[in-house]
Design a protein around this ligand. Structure first.
Ligand SMILES: C[S@@+](CC[C@H](N)C(=O)[O-])C[C@H]1O[C@@H](n2cnc3c(N)ncnc32)[C@H](O)[C@@H]1O
Length: 192
């Protein structure tokens, strides 16, 4: 129930998820459930050199494996912690917010109350930067129905993974047109 997968994400899924980030600027990036680190390595490879990467992994053995992989990079923080601790851990690391949360945890098995609490924490922790986003890859797209706190969401389906996955990008910022916030301004993101 905690890992909910027998094999890591495919190269295709990893590439599609990484393409949702704007890596052109320094970012505070949070990953939930990195597992053995397949998405982490790609994000780490692509991220701006002044970025920070914070990993929440529940499994102690996988946490040790991640620690070993990133021990030489002070920009990476590996936490053996429940991702529900996002606000507390960001504050402890001296961050008031983060720019991205990417999640590989089996969100769909979370009890509804926990799911909504976590969604609210993610929303409240994201910065006001227009690029800031919560990115999730999942077998089902049921989370869209719960994530009403985010005004914008866009989903796509990645068939090149076992099993195929929905990738959904949630944003809290409304797009800007001539300095005015609008939901319809960004054609790449459908208004909800
Ligand atoms: C399906 S695996 C994903 C692994 C990897 N991201 C991938 O794409 O192959 C889910 C991971 O989430 C971790 N996990 C589950 N619930 C978690 C939680 N509440 N907080 C942090 N990690 C969690 C599990 O231990 C597991 O490593």
């Amino acid at each position: 129930m905690q890992v909910a997968s027998i094999i890591p994400s495919s190269r295709a899924l990893i590439g599609r998820v990484a393409s949702k980030f704007d890596f052109s600027e320094p970012r505070v990036i949070v990953e939930f459930g990195p597992g053995e680190g397949c998405h982490t390595r790609e994000i780490h490879r692509r991220m701006h050199p002044d970025s920070k990467l914070i990993l929440f992994e529940l499994d102690p053995e996988l946490t040790r494996h991640l620690d070993e992989q990133f021990k030489d990079d002070p920009r990476v923080t590996v936490l053996n912690a429940d991702c529900q601790r996002l606000p507390e851990e960001l504050a402890a690391l001296g961050h008031t917010s983060c720019d991205y949360v990417v999640s590989g945890i089996p969100f769909s098995v979370l009890e509804v109350g926990k799911k909504r609490t976590l969604l609210q924490k993610i929303h409240d922790s994201l910065s006001a930067d227009p690029a800031a986003a919560f990115i999730i890859y999942q077998v089902t797209n049921e989370l869209r129905g719960h994530a009403k706190v985010f005004p914008r969401a866009q989903s796509e389906y990645c068939l090149q993974n076992i099993p195929p996955m929905f990738i959904t990008v949630f944003r809290k910022a409304l797009a800007q047109v001539n300095g005015h916030a609008t939901r319809a301004a960004d054609p790449a993101l459908q208004p909800r």
